[in-house]
Design a protein around this ligand. Sequence first.
Ligand code: HMG
Length: 386
Amino acid sequence: MKIGIDKIGFYTSHLYVDMAKLAKKRNEDPNKYLIGIGQEKMAVIPPTQDAVTLAANAADTILTEEDKEKIDLVLVATESGVDNSKSSAAYVSELLGLKHNIRTLELKQACYAATAGIQLAKGHISLNPHKKALVIGTDIARYGLKTPGEPTQGGGAVAMVISADPAVLALEDASSYYAKDIMDFWRPLSQTEAMVDGKYSANVYLEFFEQVFHDFQEQTGLTLRDFTALLFHLPYTKQGLKALRLAVENIDPTQATKYFNEFEASRKYNKLTGNLYTGSLYLSLLSLLENSDNLQAGDRLGLFSYGSGAQGEFFSGILQENYRQHLTNKTTSLLNKRQEVSVAEYEKLFNSVLTNEKNRTLDTTSDPATYVLTGIKDFKRQYQKK
Ligand code: HMG
C-alpha cells in the first residue's frame, strides 16, 4: 500500500521586512543577507498570529469536508507552543471544526518534529488505511533584534494530509536517522528568543546530513543519481546550498547542475519567508513542486530533516501521477499580497508579541487571516475565526 502526502498547504502572515533594508540598518553589506545568508524577505509575524493560528490558517487552505470526516489523527509539530501542558493540536482541531473522536497531540524536537509527525502518521495509516492524518509544522523563528541570528528569523506553517494512495508524494519505506544530545540551539522555558551557537549549529547540521545520507545509501543501495532532487531543512537557504555542495562533490559538474537547478526551485519560497523551523523542509518541498519545470511522475525526491539538539533524518518519496493537479498553487499570490513593513515597524511588532500577560486584548482589524488571536483572558488564549 502506498502512503504519503496527499495534500500540502502553506500559510504565513501578511507582513514582511526587506532583507537589504534590514542589512543597511544593521550596518551590514546587503549581499551578506542576500547571498551570504541567501534570504530576500523575512516574514514578520504580528501579535495576532501564533503557532495555533498559523497552523489553522495553513490547514484551512487544503481541507475539504471529506478530509475532515476521515481525519482521526492531528499532529502539530512546533517549538513555538503556546502552553506548557495544553497541546496546540487541541486548539487547532477545534478551530478547524474537526470531529471529537480523534487523537490530537503536539510534537517537539526543534525543526525536526514535523518529520516525526509524518512518520508516525504513516504508521497510523498503515493500520487504518481508510483514515487520514493531519500533520502541521508551525513556528515563529525568533532570535532577537540585532543578534547574528536576526536575519535567519521568519515564520509560518505547512499543513499536510497523510493518507493511503496519496496524490502528491508516496513515501518509501527506507529511512535513516541519527540523534545526539548537543547544545547547538535551544530555548530555555523562560525565554521567548532562541539561544544559538551559530557556527557550531551550521557545522553539526552538515555532519548530520553526511551521516544520514551515507547511511541511507548503505541501507538501500541507492546513490545520488537515483534522486531527481534533494530537499533540505532550510534555516536560511545558504545552509541547504552548503549541504547540496557536499552531496554532489564527487559527481561530474555537468551532472551536478541539474541538482543546483532543482535547488533554486526548492528555495524560492523559503528565500521570501525565512526560517519556519518545523515547516521549512516542507515549504521547500512545496516550492520545488510548484516551481520546477523538470519534475515528472515517478521521480524520486530525497528529503533531509534536521532539528537542533539534535536529530537528523533522510528519507525519500516518489512523485505521483498528476501530482501537479493536486497542488493548491496559492503560495505565490499569498506571498505577493503581503505588505512590506519598515525596520522600525518590524521592531515594534517583534516587541509586542503576547508573552506572560494575564489579560490583554489585541486589535485584529488589520490582520486579514481567517484565524486570529484576539487576546488573552485569565491566561486563556482567545481565538477567533473571522
Ligand atoms: P554571522 O556570523 O553574522 O555571519 O551569522 P557570517 O559572518 O558567518 O556570514 C554569513 C555568510 O555570509 C558567510 O558565508 C559569509 O562569507 C557571507 P559562509 O562562510 O557561511 O559560506 N558573507 C557575504 N557573502 C556575500 N557578500 C558579502 C558577505 N559578507 C558575508 N558582502 C549565522 C551567520 C548563520 C551563524 C547566524 O545567522 C545564526 O546564528 N543563525 C541561526 C543559527 C542557524 O540558523 N543555524 C543553522 C543550522 S542549525 C538548524 O538548522 C536548526 C534551526 O533551524 C533550529 C531548529 O532546529 O529548531 C536553526
